[in-house]
Design a protein. Structure first.
Length: 223
């Protein structure tokens, strides 16, 4: 039924480990619903850290650093739903995902909020400590991008220390499956609504460009 629907999962782990296992589990749930589930491993993307320029809060055009980030941003734009999945490192989000959030968010997404009204789901993977904090951080970033964040009941936080442990966390995996199921339900609901009403812009995005009134106007005034 949903063959044309697509979920993109962003994996912020440095290794083919627990987060990958969790996302493969999520992909199985999506496959049962006939939904395409593509995993992008950030470790395979050439991704620069934010540089010393520091002008991204003022510049009216996208980041000029040429690496793999804009390609991933385009994949997100092309998807119906996005899963953000990251391990916890040092009580925070693992650095690959943190870098991606900084580079994609401030460098590209901030201008027009192109992920508005896409369905988002968040998964954190940790031995235990700060799993909730990382889940919450990724969730507010999805909300910042005006995405429709879907819950799974209890948050999809998977407890795993050693390779293979994630597949033993039955409760965590159940929450991941619930999350994917509910994401697909919401994507289908929105899809049906768009088809029935012919409305693409379901929720207001009148103020999409956060640079209007900031750098753009200042540049024009200075010209
Ligand atoms: C550098 C590093 C720091 C970590 N810090 C934490 C931490 O603060 N809290 C925690 O619960 N687990 C921590 N862990 C454990 C990982 O979150 C856990 O092993 C997770 O399953 C790794 O997922 P992955 O195999 O997908 O990379 C850390 C692991 C590493 C390698």
């Amino acid at each position: 039924m949903s063959a044309s629907l697509k979920i993109l999962a962003i994996n912020g782990s440095e290794r083919d480990g627990n987060t990958s296992d969790v996302l493969r589990h999520a992909a199985e749930t999506a496959a049962e619903r006939g939904v395409d589930f593509e995993i992008v491993d950030l470790r395979d993307i050439r991704m620069e850290r934010c540089g010393p320029c520091g002008d991204c809060n003022d510049r009216p055009i996208a980041c000029e650093v040429a690496d793999g980030v804009p390609g991933v941003v385009q994949k997100m734009i092309d998807a119906d739903g996005i899963v953000f999945a990251a391990p916890v490192h040092g009580f925070g989000t693992a650095s690959l995902m943190q870098t991606f959030i900084e580079r994609a968010g401030v460098g590209y997404l901030r201008f027009d909020r192109p992920l508005s009204n896409k369905v988002a789901g968040v998964i954190s993977v940790a031995r235990r400590y700060s799993a909730g904090e990382v889940w919450a951080q990724l969730t507010v970033n999805a909300l910042l991008n005006r995405m429709i964040v879907v819950g799974s009941g209890f948050p999809a936080t998977v407890h795993a220390l050693h390779r293979g442990d994630a597949l033993k966390d039955e409760e965590g995996l159940k929450n991941v499956s619930r999350l994917v199921e509910r994401m697909i339900d919401m994507i289908e609901l929105l899809d049906e609504h768009r088809r029935l009403t012919g409305r693409d812009d379901l929720l207001s995005s009148r103020e999409a460009n956060e640079r209007v009134g900031l750098a753009l106007n200042e540049l024009q005034a200075a010209a």
